[in-house]
Design a protein around this ligand. Structure first.
Ligand code: DCM
Length: 156
């Protein structure tokens, strides 16, 4: 019984820690000079097969834009230049690993400024035009950003 209690205590402590943890996620809407935006298809985990803007978790103490540049280098093999903030969406706790509402996805738009695109972590990368955006099977967090991305593509 004591061993079981210790196990439960450890489990509860870990859960409490997770609940307080704020996992910030950043994403990049990378555009080209043909009014297209880069979308990426997730290859593993519960969101496998769904499309997203490339990005990922911000490390503790890391500025958002540093994380954005780092994630694009890791996932896509390219250098990017962020241009402007596009929007923020609350992340469901299950998605980001923390408490519901504690985390958000923050998206900037920008451009690829160096290197060649390689899907290091996704199964597919695709440049899509404004009309193709809505019909993709998006991960839930990214879909609310589509109006802002579409507006951006039309004014580029
Ligand atoms: N995520 C998201 N939208 C993105 C990128 C990531 O909602 N454009 C979520 C999915 C993951 C978490 O953030 O649960 C961390 O992403 P990753 O696994 O890519 O580090």
């Amino acid at each position: 019984v004591r061993a079981m209690q210790a196990h439960l205590d450890a489990y509860a402590a870990a859960a409490a820690e997770r609940a307080l943890e704020v996992t910030q996620v950043v994403g990049a809407a990378l555009v080209d000079d043909r009014r297209r935006v880069l979308v990426a298809r997730r290859g593993s985990g519960p969101l496998a097969g769904l499309w997203e803007f490339p990005g990922g978790k911000v490390e503790p103490g890391e500025p958002d834009l540093d994380a954005l540049v780092r994630e694009c280098r890791e996932e896509l093999g390219v250098a990017i230049t962020p241009h402007a903030f596009l929007g923020e969406v609350p992340l469901d706790g299950v998605v980001a690993g923390g408490a519901p509402g504690a985390s958000t996805l923050r998206v900037w738009w920008g451009r690829v400024t160096g290197g060649e695109l390689v899907a290091h972590e996704h199964t597919e990368l695709r440049w899509v035009v404004e009309d193709e955006l809505e019909e993709l099977d998006w991960i839930p967090a990214d879909r609310p950003l589509l109006p802002a991305v579409r507006a951006l593509l039309t004014r580029l």
